[in-house]
Design a protein around this ligand. Sequence first.
Ligand SMILES: Cc1ncc(C[n+]2csc(CCOP(=O)(O)OP(=O)(O)O)c2C)c(N)n1
Ligand SMILES: [Mg+2]
Length: 322
Amino acid sequence: MQISREQMLRAYRQMVTIREFEERIHVDIQRGGIAGFTHLYAGQEAVAVGVCEHLTDTDTIISTHRGHGHCIAKGCDVIGMMKEIYGRQDGLCKGKGGSMHIADLDRGMLGANGIVGGGPPIAVGAAISAKVLKTGGVAVSFSGDGASNQGTVFEAMNMAVVLKVPKIFVFENNGYSEHTGFSYAVGSKDIVRRTEGFGMPVFKADGYDFFSVYEAMRQATELSRQGGGPCAIYAECTRFFGHFEGDPQLYRAKDEVARLRAENDSLKIFRQRVTEANLLPGGDLDQVEGEVRDLIDRAVREAVAAPAPTAADVLTDVYISY
Ligand SMILES: Cc1ncc(C[n+]2csc(CCOP(=O)(O)OP(=O)(O)O)c2C)c(N)n1
Ligand SMILES: [Mg+2]
């Protein structure tokens, strides 16, 4: 696998940024300053970063209700995101989107999306646009195991194959659709074969291992950028927090999260791999962690101090005139 020292350090920084961002929100949300539903992505970092490290601003992604990690991995400004989650006037979407609707078109981040299964059809549109305009870009959708059952996702997969567009479907199986287990809700219990049934190749990855996802995405982008049409990535992973903040998680075994944090933490796995192979010294990783913690502290400080939107702001950005 070809990956430079700089790329590895950047990937680690992105994964740590997602983790620290989410851990901080998990604590700070108790203070009551954040409105609306918040779904945290901690635990799934290797997927977002392994995928997005292959993308540029020309490529587009569309996320889910659990979108913070995808936004950070795609290069959205972390301070602007924090302000958005706090509903501030100078948040990334002027405080009007909040946690579930962060978008940044300049970064090719077409939006988080509260409609489960709503993303893939939009990303097929972006892929058609990339093909027609010959941008060389690919369009990526992230979907959970629950979303993989939605009719919208089936239609999107079929259309992407028929139109042979540069579209990559990323399926993140974190074991639960809200509170419903994967093995109950996915009829065939096999998202890979079901996806292949639509006529596209699926690259399987270990969702806890950045390098595994990175390699799967390398193959996926190579295929789709060269005109090979759509493909998919399938990764099993886990979320460290509840479905939403406040979820008592009664459907999980008492020690499940503690065990996953001990054995399946993508940050620890990354550190172990690069230090044991002498690819990066542990001190460099420590330095990244310190810098990220400072950044998150600053993001929260600025978000808390930032002005809220005014009543007049309700009337702007409602309609776009073309
Ligand atoms: C169309 C639609 N149906 C139901 C919901 C309620 N809902 C929100 S998240 C969710 C589960 C999604 O599970 P999954 O796709 O596995 O994503 P995860 O939460 O695990 O990241 C459901 C059913 C919704 N937001 N949209
Ligand atoms: Mg899920």
